[in-house]
Design a protein. Structure first.
Ligand code: 9MR
Length: 375
């Protein structure tokens, strides 16, 4: 299907209108239709979007994307806020919404140092629990969560953000207590709970050389030990001048070469100035609000919007070039107003990081991606 003609020559203007209002005919094609034979095109969903509160983004998600991931509701602090007390209401609704709308459903995330409940790694006095106790807690959490959605959630971010930019292990509680063994442990437990589910390692700042090599080593180690790992998720929290696209591409190729699929996860492109050029997506790193850091509160100048379209399209050009290696590209949110980028690393800003604007209208980049997909 790679050669299929999808855009009529009169198309660009009508195309943008049509994807904006979501109608689909032979001539007017949505993002997910255009990418159907390339890779899944996904989005993260917030609770408001799959529970009928935010109907605007819900519609945009349904009409334009083919895969979903929960932005927050499946993190361990929400699923098991107290030991043995699970809260599945929102996660159940998320999965039901995905099934009702024919989405490829990914679970996010089983083991992550952030948004983990206090009780998981420490005892009542705040001291680290023993390796045996943590192993048991991980076993009960992963088993309960993965087996509940067995056959329905098609892939899991098993371990999230365990490696630093220089390639060293993040010194998380999991690492302090179990060393790097917590990673193979998590992959083994997830596989036991649903042998058919795909399993992923997911991280940000993947264009860094040190991180690239460490992730390749991790993939190889897991595979040598006979453990299942299907793909590496390259979080795409990118900016106008980072990362260098060539370095991102190098990592993509290195992961594929290590024998797994690549997924571009958590894609968003900020236009805002960063007080620290090297922050990746470390949620704990934040800076105080200053007006000078929020230059586009009243709207995005055309020149900046055009540059944004260009950069987003450049990334998609790379994704399409390597479509045989990529199984999914997922935006970290539906419309600009939904994006966590408005609140990080500086709270209270106005960013324009996603493919649909605050009114749910497709940005020019959507038409550009559709055009690129048809070539
Ligand atoms: O987008 C998420 C935001 O709403 C949460 O407040 C934040 C809390 O840690 O997590 C954000 O999502 C993160 C994702 O789960 C893992 N990679 C980095 C993402 C951005 O922080």
């Amino acid at each position: 299907m790679k050669s299929r003609k999808i855009i009529p020559c009169w198309g660009a203007a009508a195309l943008l209108l049509s994807v904006g209002c979501g109608s689909q005919t032979d001539e007017k094609i949505s993002l997910k239709e255009a990418l159907k034979d390339k890779f899944y095109i996904g989005t993260a969903l917030s609770v408001a979007q799959f529970t009928g509160v935010d109907t605007l983004s819900e519609r945009v998600a349904r009409e334009n994307f083919s895969a979903i991931v929960p932005e927050n509701c499946m993190k361990s602090m929400f699923l098991q806020p107290a030991e043995g007390k699970f809260f599945f209401d929102e996660a159940d609704k998320f999965v039901a919404w995905g099934e009702a709308n024919g989405m490829w459903i990914t679970g996010h995330c089983l083991v992550w140092h952030s948004q983990a409940p206090e009780w998981l790694c420490t005892d009542g006095s705040g001291k680290n629990v023993s390796p045996e106790a943590l192993t048991e807690r991980l076993r009960s959490h992963i088993t309960a969560v993965v087996s509940r959605y067995r056959g329905r959630i098609k892939g899991w971010d098993v371990v999230n953000e365990a490696i630093l930019e220089d390639g060293s292990w993040r010194k998380s509680k999991f690492y302090e207590i179990l060393g790097e063994e917590f990673i193979p442990l998590a992959f083994r437990l997830a596989h036991e709970a649903d042998p058919d589910a795909e399993l992923y390692y997911n991280d940000y700042s993947m264009a860094f050389e040190g991180k690239r090599s460490a992730v390749v080593r991790l993939v190889k180690t897991l595979r040598e030990r006979g453990l299942r790992i299907d793909a590496v998720g390259m979080q795409g929290h990118i900016g106008m001048d980072y990362p260098a696209i060539e370095e991102f591409e190098k990592s993509l190729l290195a992961f594929a070469e290590a024998g797994v699929k690549v997924m571009v996860t958590e894609l968003d492109l900020t236009v805002l100035p960063s007080p620290n050029p090297n922050v990746g997506a470390a949620v704990e790193t934040t800076f105080e609000y200053r007006q000078s850091l929020n230059p586009y509160a009243g709207g995005l100048p055309d020149s900046v919007a055009t540059a944004w379209t260009g950069r987003m399209s450049d990334f998609f050009r790379i994704f399409l070039k390597h479509q045989d290696k990529i199984s999914r590209v997922t935006l970290w949110g539906v419309c600009d107003g939904d994006s966590w980028r408005n609140g990080w690393p500086v709270p209270g800003r106005t960013d324009y990081a996603l493919l649909f604007d605050r009114q749910g209208k497709a940005k020019p980049a959507v038409g550009e991606i559709i055009r690129l997909a048809g070539q």
